[in-house]
Design a protein around this ligand. Structure first.
Ligand SMILES: Cc1ncc(COP(=O)(O)O)c(C=O)c1O
Length: 401
């Protein structure tokens, strides 16, 4: 990652930490319709419930247009917050509307949590690797990052404990326990429980980011980390982006009332409130349609695409290349032999019009160069088969020498 030198104005020091994310740059390249892109984390657009949304939008405007186009409360539209409190049972969380604040996507929840907690030089602990968009949000508050190694059960708890013991400036631990971005991995029940014990012992906040939690294709639903939270240490972020539509920009935060009250002040300063009309539409949709049925349709499509991508990888990739097997979500994390640089693979793949995101983008400090992230939700079946075939050719060329 390189910093761009600017001489136009006396920018704030925080801007030294701000650089465009690799994903955004890649998304620009992949606007070329010829490119087979496994780069972004975009939902399958053909699954958006366009007809139902059309009816929803028309009905909200007809029945409640004056309120829908008006300002609303900072914490969000109460009927929607009540429905969300109820829906949190799906995450095995018992909560009330007063513990829920509506955000403009969970991305805003990342920003607000860092704004709430971080003075320059404070420490954020995160998974290694972690979601790069979180770093984009956190960097404005000038934190230091300590990454904790992960395996198929989530963060390595012994290592986390060591970091907490040795560092007094830790403010929060950022985790994505379900079908993580970028690795596709899911935390074990034991690690979820242990994480909360450690947060209580060392008096730090946990920021639990759950954009993929409802996108499970197989296996039992696990309770959220927040389920184990008896001392109010966990802030949970939810979002409609992956279960309904990212274009509406609607997410939510679940936390202790004291924290929600402070976030409310931050939200007032940031944007007063999230869009009234989006919130009323979402509320109407939840009231009149079956979102669980919609999510089931999404999951069955994504499961089929994951299965196909894994099948193609097994057939086309050299045996030296390994990858995770996600039980949900949108991503597969690929590991190349240590001596192969994923950036070289990416250059060659782009010549063949195939794109993915380099693994190194997901490490806030220096990270490994032999990983990349593959998205399986956004490309249709034909493009998955062709894209993996082309990638396989590139990988064989580089590895079988
Ligand atoms: C882990 C994670 N958190 C947060 C977000 C932000 O999502 P949104 O702001 O659309 O809810 C994403 C988007 O891809 C993500 O992968």
């Amino acid at each position: 990652m390189h910093h761009i030198k600017n001489n136009m104005a006396k920018y704030a020091k925080r801007m030294d930490n701000m650089y465009g994310s690799a994903t955004r740059a890649m998304l620009k390249i992949t606007r070329d319709p010829e490119i087979i892109s496994f780069a972004g984390g975009l939902p399958a657009p053909e699954l958006f419930p366009i007809q139902e949304y059309k009816e929803t939008a028309a009905n909200v405007i007809e029945q409640n247009g004056k309120a829908a186009l008006q300002y609303g409360p900072t914490e969000g539209y109460l009927p929607l917050r009540e429905k969300l409190a109820d829906r949190m049972k799906k995450y095995q969380i018992n909560t009330q509307a007063e513990n829920i604040l509506i955000t403009s996507g969970s991305q805003q929840g990342l920003d607000f949590t860092a704004k709430l907690m971080i003075d320059p030089g404070d420490i954020i602990i995160c998974e290694k690797p972690t979601y790069l968009g979180a770093m984009t949000a956190f960097n404005a508050y000038e934190p230091e990052y300590i990454e904790v190694d992960t395996d198929d059960n989530g963060m390595k708890m012994a290592e986390l404990e060591k970091v907490l013991k040795e560092n007094s400036r830790v403010k929060f631990i950022y985790v994505i326990p379900d079908f993580q971005n970028p690795s596709g991995r899911t935390w074990s029940l034991e690690n979820r429980c242990r994480l909360v014990e450690l947060a209580n012992e060392y008096d730090v906040i946990i920021l639990e980011d759950c954009p993929y939690s409802e996108l499970r294709f197989e296996g039992e639903n696990l309770p959220a980390v927040k389920y184990f939270d008896k001392e109010g240490k966990v802030i949970l972020l939810g979002t409609f982006s992956k279960i309904f539509s990212p274009g509406l920009r609607l997410g939510w935060m679940v936390a202790e009332k004291e924290i929600i009250d402070k976030i409310n002040l931050i939200k007032q300063g940031a944007d007063l409130q999230s869009s009234t009309i989006s919130q009323m539409e979402m509320d109407y949709y939840l009231e009149h349609y079956d979102i669980e049925k919609h999510i089931a349709i999404v999951n069955s499509k994504y499961k089929a695409r994951r299965d196909l991508m894994i099948q193609c990888m097994e057939k086309e990739f050299p045996k030296e290349v390994s990858y995770t097997y996600p039980k949900g979500g949108l991503f597969i994390w690929v590991t190349l032999p240590a001596e192969i640089d994923a950036a070289d693979v990416s250059d060659k793949a782009l010549e063949k019009k195939v794109a993915f995101i380099l693994g190194e983008a997901f490490y806030p400090n220096e990270g490994a160069k032999n990983n990349f992230r593959m998205n399986f939700s956004n490309m249709n079946e034909e493009r998955i088969v062709e894209g993996i075939h082309r990638l396989g050719i590139v990988l064989h060329e580089m590895i079988d020498k």
